[in-house]
Design a protein around this ligand. Structure first.
Ligand code: SAM
Length: 279
């Protein structure tokens, strides 16, 4: 008997192209098995019996319908508080102090930061903690942390602010006591952290929505561009460049590099890590 949920190589390629066009995420052929199993799962969940029916609904239905549900099934949301500690330490101790001094000299006490691809919220909340710990005249500053992701499920979790021990594994003990409450269900992040963070759904490949974002001092776009290919990476970096203030910095994940993508940034070596500044 033929498998009703049969997906041919041609079908798979259609989905690969669709996901790439919508999100910038490129599934190489070595991920075929994963891609196929996720599509089959969505076909089961939605009740479509043939690939062509499913694909029609995906490609021609509303964009926040099956298209987004499949994207959410495929995204990797792995994250935790204080991820890549040495980079954050370098940011907190070497980049932030002179940057803020420069703003103080201009009597500019606004600090606008963007966690682009924030997943379940650990990254923007980490930044909120870092600012409170590092800025001695914090009460004078107007701090705003925008946190965006394509994945609605991840954003719901982020707004809830309740985390497992795994998310907390790199969080220093003193911060656990100061910024979290231990509950029966996990670690609840406290309002003194959440009040500076604004969550919103955003697709990094959505040109018009991306172009509305402007005036950021720092952008953290970590561990997402590894899933993109060279052309979609280039496109996103160029949009993030436009969103930065001149003199502002972008921080990427450990294995990602802007250098290969654009020469527009100034490469700065701070301690043991590299960061990219807009001239
Ligand atoms: C591995 S997590 C990274 C989280 C955090 N930045 C960190 O470094 O720990 C990658 C996130 O990128 C998001 N993502 C993937 N493609 C995206 C796109 N086109 N627009 C916005 N977010 C996207 C996923 O939903 C996922 O939550």
């Amino acid at each position: 008997m033929a498998d009703r949920l049969e997906i041919t190589q041609k079908d798979l390629n259609k989905i690969r192209d669709f996901i790439f066009k919508e999100t910038g995420i490129f599934f190489e052929s070595k991920k075929d098995y994963y891609l196929k199993s996720r599509i089959k799962q969505r076909m089961i969940d939605t009740g479509f019996e043939t690939f062509s029916e499913y694909y029609h609904n995906l490609a021609f239905g509303s964009r926040d319908g099956e298209a987004l549900s499949l994207i959410e099934e495929l995204t990797v949301n792995e994250t935790y508080f204080f991820r890549d500690f040495p980079q954050l330490q370098g940011f907190a101790e070497e980049v932030l102090p002179p940057y803020l001094d420069n703003k103080r000299a201009k009597k500019d006490y606004s600090l606008k930061v963007w966690s682009a691809a924030c997943s379940t919220g650990e990254e923007p909340y980490t930044l909120s903690i870092i600012f409170q710990e590092m800025i001695e005249d914090y009460e004078l500053w107007d701090v705003r942390i925008d946190a965006t992701d394509i994945d609605r499920r991840a954003l719901r979790h982020a707004k809830l602010g309740l985390y497992s021990d795994r998310s907390m594994k790199d969080t220093p003990i003193s911060y656990r006591n100061k910024y979290f409450e231990r509950t029966r269900d996990g670690w609840q992040v406290l309002p003194n952290v959440t009040e500076y963070v604004i969550f919103e759904q955003l697709n990094l490949m959505e040109h018009s929505a991306m172009r509305k974002r402007r005036g950021y001092d720092f952008i953290f776009c970590r561990n997402v561009l590894i899933y993109f290919n060279e052309s979609s990476r280039k496109k996103v970096i160029s949009l993030l460049y436009d969103a930065l203030l001149s003199g502002g910095y972008i921080f990427l994940g450990y294995s990602e590099s802007v250098g290969r993508i654009t020469a527009a940034f100034i490469l700065e070596k701070k301690g043991g890590f590299l960061c990219y500044r807009k001239p």
